[in-house]
Each structure stands twice: as structure tokens, then as C-alpha cells.
Design a protein around this ligand. Sequence first.
Ligand SMILES: [Zn+2]
Length: 342
Amino acid sequence: MRGTVLYGPRDVRFEERDEPKILKPTDAIIRLSVTCVCGSDLWPYRGIQKIEQPAPMGHEYCGMVEEVGSAVKTVKKGQFVVGSFCISDNTCPNCRAGYQSGCQNLDFMSGAQAPYARVPFADGTLVATREVPSPDLLPSLLAVSDVLGTGWFAADAANVKPGSTVVVVGDGAVGLLGVLSAKQMGAERIIAMSRHESRQKLAREFGATDIVSERGDEGIARVKDITKGVGADSVLECVGTLDSMMQAIRSTRPGGSVGYVGVPHGANLDLQQVFFTLVRLHGGPAPVRRYLPNLIKLVLDGKINPGKVFDLALPLAQVAEGYRAMDERRAIKTLLQPSGRN
Ligand SMILES: [Zn+2]
């Protein structure tokens, strides 16, 4: 088969790779229905995160089970499954506490920008649907695998409750789906921080009540204006830079919470500055597996349409253009369509 491999900065190749095989009895092989490029793939793509050797790319996935190892019990060949970007056993103490992204057997999915992929710990990582979903639902089910699950965790970690006032920092796919998540959790006021018209529009569609296009001190002043000088109850940080993290912390009221899910790159917080804000911080890689059953149900019931974040769809063979479009911010998120054994 041909799959996606990153060789170095801005060097994405679609090239011949071995088809994945069952290596352990707990593995499953899936045939990808759709896959995509993640905002976090842009860190190594831009050379900000160094890679040691050519890396098979892709960690967001849904598709049909082709084969399972002898120990797999909860999914079987012919089922449609959605999985988390974190590989988890879902049985260890951390998983049982709802933190599958802190699993004692944690691993990260890779190689899913391809027609086929191997999923370790299939029972602990995958959730099967009762029926094979209709094709129009595939983008939304794919979004559940990472960007929606991550946006949902950001809102959950920021303690969004019915009636809350929420700020979302970051207008990438995760931030936009953080808006959707906050809305689902009953937030009354949702302030999306975005400078891009098309993203502001989608944020409003997902439930944003206010848009703040300023950043830094000006952005914080605008949030304070909107919240009568207090700050927000809950702030979702969906970028991962020091500026965005400080923007989030300083937009939160004393006693409020920041849910941070942007993968930090060079974000060294000044602890003294944080100390006096009286803000709660909770974040990290999202335990998407915890939310999968509920989020899949919301999609299948037609309650949410997170697949709207995909504003570009390409055949998988054009994956390099998919990266370029996101890098240049021409696209929010690129959907990739495998077509047979290409
Ligand atoms: Zn575990």
C-alpha cells in the first residue's frame, strides 16, 4: 500500500509502505474510511518539533475492522470503529479513573494517513458502532477521534457548566470544537478569540455568542469588558504557546478554570505570575476514549455536526497539498479519502 511519511520540514511523501499486520494478539487492523491532517502534525511539518527518522503520519481514524488478533473480544471483522489517538488498555487504574491518555500501557497512534492501519490494544482503544454509518456522517465520526474529543476535554477540564461564561483561545479545529463542546455542556456565554472571518463564522455556528479579535493585553481587556471586569468562569486554551496560555490564564476569574490542550512548545510559565491569579489549571493529552461512546452517539443522533471543521477534502494521494493548505492557513482542516489499495 502507499501511505504518508514525513521526512523533514515540509517534506511529506506518499510512498510505498508495508501493509500493517497483526503483531500482538491484542491488535486490530482497520481499513480507513476517512482520515485527516491534524494541527499537531504541523509542528514536525514546520520543523519546530524535530524528527529523528522518516515518520509514518496520521493519528486520527475511523474505519472498518479487517482483522483482529486472537485476544480481541469487543470488536470484530466487518464492524465500523472509531478510536482515540491515544492507545490505551482501558483496564489499568489510570484508565479506570477516566484518564486513558495516562494509561500504564500508553502509546500514540501513528501511520493512519494510509489505507490500512494497525491499532494496538484494540479492546481498550476502539469503540464499534451498532451499524455501519452512512457516508455523510464519516467526517463527524472522524472528528470525534481527536479534535472533538480534545475540544470536549478542554471544556470538561475547564469545568464548563450550565450557565457558565466561557472563553476559547485558539480558532483551529480543536478551538472551534471547544466552542461546540461548551455549548453542549450548557454554557450561556461563549467568547471565541479569532481573527479569521471564516473561522469566526464557524465559531458562531457552533455556539459562540461573542467574538474577540484582539490578542494580548487588548484581548484580555475585551474579555474583562464583556464579563463586567471579572473574567470568565472557564477558559479553553487550544494553541500551546506561552502567549496563548497567559492569554487564557489572565482571562479567567479568580477561582475559575483553564482547560489546556494545545501541545506546549516552549511555553515556560512564570509561576509567580500564575500564583496570584488564583486560577485552576488542568490539561494534557485528552482522554478521548472516555468520551467516545457519548460523542459517537451525539453524532449518530444528529445532535452535533463537528465534521464541519473539514473545509478541504482531498484524495489521500494528495496528502502533501493537504499539509500545505493547513500550513498556509488556507484550510482549517484537511479530510483525506483513501480509495482502495492505492
Ligand atoms: Zn490503561
